[in-house]
Every structure is written in C-alpha cells, then in structure tokens.
Design a protein around this ligand. Structure first.
Ligand SMILES: *Cc1c(COP(=O)(O)O)cnc(C)c1O
Length: 368
C-alpha cells in the first residue's frame, strides 16, 4: 500500500526536538500568545523577508482577519477563484464580503488575471489570490490590476509557503497574506494554526487586535474582534519544523523530479518560467480521471482530488448564482485532475510503482 499521505515519518524524524519543545512550554506554564508565538512570528517573518507575521488559530481565520484588517466588510465584493479549498470563500463571507468568482488559468490552475479584472465592479474592494497546489498566481499582473483599480490584494498562501514569483517569496506581494499550518500543509503544526503576514506594521497591529476580541490593551476594546489566538505548544512545534523547511522542500523537488522522469500518459504539473513551485500537492490530469483513480486504488495507491466540486457548484453556495458552465476552465479541470502521493518518506521506488500503475491503465484500455 502507498497511502495518499502519511505524516508519521516526518514526525518520527523530529520526535525528540518536538518533545523537547512541548516540554519547554509545559514547564513554562504559559499556553496562549506568549514568547513561543512571538519567536515563531519572528521566524516566519524573517524566512519570508516580511516586516510582520501574526499567529492566528488557523488559515481560514487568517484570510478573514487579513480582509477585516484591510477594511473589507459588509457589501464589499471580493474576487477570488472557485477552484480552491472552500475555506477561501468561507473566510471572505465571514469578513462580511460578497464572493465573486473568476475563472482560472488552465495551466497553472491559479486565478486568470484577465478573468479577475473582468469580474471587477464598482463594489469590488479586494482580490484574494490563491497560490493553489503551491504554484504562485501571476503576481506581476495581479499587483498591477489591484493598483489600477485601487483594490486590496490578499494572498492565500495556505498551500504555498516557500513558493516564489520572480525570485520573491509569495506572501510578500499583496497588502496582506494568509498562511495555514494545518498538519498536511508544507509547514504543518500538530493541530490547527495559521498566520497573517504583512509589510505594513499598522495592518499587523490591527490583526493583533482583531485576533484577540479587538483589544488594544488589556480591558480596552477599540473594535469588535474575534478569538483567533495561536497557542504556545503549536508555535514551539512550528519553530522546530521551520528549521527543516529547506531540506523538506529539496525532498519534495527530488520526488517531483522522479515523477517527471517516470510518469507518462498523463498531463504533468508545470512550473511557469517566473515561478518556483512549492509542490504542496502533485496534481496530474487525465481525461479518464475516475477510471484512473479506481485503477490506482486497486493497485493499492491512494489518491485524492483537490477539488472535485468547485465552490460555485457546492450546495452551500448555489445562492451565489453561478450556473453550471459559468466557469468553464474551472469545471473542466475539476473533472480531470487527481493528486498523487507526495510526502516525506516516499521513495523513488514508490514513485516508480505509481508510474507503472498509471502506465498499466493505458495498456488495459487503449485511449480513443
Ligand atoms: C488549507 C487551506 C485553507 C484553510 O486553512 P485552515 O488552516 O484549514 O483553516 C485556505 N485556503 C487554502 C487554499 C487551503 O489549502
């Protein structure tokens, strides 16, 4: 069996360091928003070359708080993609915004800048660009569009820590950026965690208030906020795991190289010439995707689909009014994509086995 994901090998490799970090926090008797959170915020900001990082409870809250800090609220339209985790749209709505979907680029699976610009109305206040699968969206075009229309640009970096656009880390292009440290992400906590990153210190200050009931200082609440605090144990674990990020990124790229070498008969993910892909997910494309998945499952290979039903076609979001066929590139991708295993502990021989299983499908039922 090759499962789709397995978080055990990486955590066994760091078990001693993690245990030490957890014990340090237990011994300190300080559990929420303390020195470990501050140290992790500093580590993250330094890694990205950003002015500030603010630890929050999860990635969804990070998007919501980034939008709220930038002044997005009731009735403001926010343009984003339907081809993303449902969290992106949920967070926009939690901030009070109205979600407007733009179609994606068929090659990078990220927001099409032309479609984003076409979706702008007089009520549009922001664009949330998702660096999906770890591939950066076209930040050159998106920064220009936001400047031209006076919009706030928020980056959803939940899948893209470590990705770069023209050599610059994603998360430093927009006014604010949101990160998730859900356990399966490229930097994963042992629980939920997230962060907002920004170069603007006053926006950072506002996120700090919003994550703690809108509190400017003790017992003084200058605006309505929420409880979205990061805890000391997760922050301490994240600081441990950050030290290994570069080595893990190299491992991901090596595995991707093995896929490129061995896989055939499917559309492989590509890397735009201006992009450095963080390879959170390895997503291939095949016209008989469901058959391929069934076949791989029979071969003992786990796969997932990110995402089989675009948000605009989810039952919960039908009231947004997007008919089937309204986002054709998104809908076509959703029918053909499949994510293959990509994680620490996977070997070249595992990947060769996966590639052989993929090739076997073609042998079983020759195409067209
Ligand atoms: C994981 C994810 C989120 C949400 O992060 P959580 O920490 O699960 O709240 C948002 N956007 C994208 C693209 C994600 O992959």
């Amino acid at each position: 069996m090759i499962p789709f994901n397995n978080l055990r090998p990486i955590h066994e490799a760091y078990a001693n360091e993690i245990r030490e970090a957890v014990e340090r926090v237990l011994h300190s008797g300080w559990f929420i928003l303390g020195p470990e959170v501050e140290a992790f915020e500093h580590n993250l900001a330094t890694y990205l070359g950003a002015n500030a990082a603010v630890g929050v409870a999860n990635g969804t809250d990070a998007i919501e708080l980034a939008l709220r800090a930038a002044g997005i609220g009731q009735g403001d339209e926010v343009v984003t993609v339907s081809h993303t985790a449902v969290a992106t749209a949920a967070a926009i709505e939690r901030a009070g915004g109205t979600v407007r979907f733009a179609d994606i680029d068929p090659v990078t699976y990220c927001i099409s800048p032309a479609a984003a610009e076409a979706a702008i109305t007089p009520r549009t206040k922001a664009i949330v660009a998702v660096h999906l699968y770890g591939h950066p969206a076209d930040m050159t075009a998106l920064v220009r569009i936001c400047e031209r229309h006076g919009l706030v640009l928020v980056e959803d970096c939940a899948q893209a820590l470590g990705a770069r656009w023209q050599g610059q880390p994603v998360g430093t292009f927009g006014h604010l950026a949101a990160f998730s440290f859900y356990p399966t992400k490229n930097l994963g906590a042992c629980g939920d965690a997230g962060a907002v990153v920004t170069n603007d210190t006053s926006l950072a200050e506002r996120v700090r208030r919003l994550r703690c009931y809108g509190q400017a200082r003790r017992d003084e609440h200058v605006e309505r906020g929420i409880n979205s605090r990061l805890d000391e144990i997760q922050a301490a674990i994240l600081s441990v795991k950050m030290q290994h990020l570069t080595v893990e990124a190299e491992n991901r790229r090596a595995l991707v190289g093995h896929y490129r070498e061995h896989l055939s008969g499917v559309t492989l993910p590509t890397e735009h010439p201006d992009a450095e892909h963080a390879y959170h997910l390895y997503v291939i494309r095949h016209p008989r995707r469901d058959e391929l998945r069934r076949h791989l499952d029979e071969c003992g290979i786990g796969t997932l689909i990110h995402y089989p039903i675009p948000i605009h076609r989810q039952p919960a979001f039908t009231d947004l009014g997007y008919e089937a066929g309204s986002l054709p590139v998104t809908e076509a991708a959703a029918k053909e994509i499949v994510s293959l295993p990509l994680y620490w502990g996977l070997s070249e021989s595992d990947i060769r086995r996966i590639a052989e299983a993929v090739a076997l499908l073609e042998a079983k039922v020759p195409l067209g």
